[in-house]
Ligand binder design. Sequence first.
Ligand SMILES: [Zn+2]
Ligand SMILES: [Zn+2]
Length: 116
Amino acid sequence: MQTPTTTPRDINPTEDGTALRIVWEDGHESVYLPFDLRMSCPCAGCVDEGSGRRTLTEAMVAPNVYPTAIHYVGRYALQFVWSDGHDTGFYSFDLLRGLCGCEECEMPGPPRRSSQ
Ligand SMILES: [Zn+2]
Ligand SMILES: [Zn+2]
């Protein structure tokens, strides 16, 4: 199901071109580093389907990896074509929103300090 939270309004590189910014329908802005996105690839080549464990390691990804193309997959996901030729991952908007690393999203629940 699509909600404003998981509907991108705008997908563009950041001004300096080093990251990807998604502005969501609810006004939230997420900025993603290409390397982090590549490491989060959800395809069967990067995640073991049985165990759900990530088989992709940081050593397998070039630090300067970048998307050469970004395609919409229907209305629910993006497909990145990476500079290393990898293009089998469909990043659902749900997943992308969940990957947002901003302060607000990093902090689950009401803002309170926890010691974990
Ligand atoms: Zn993958
Ligand atoms: Zn966020």
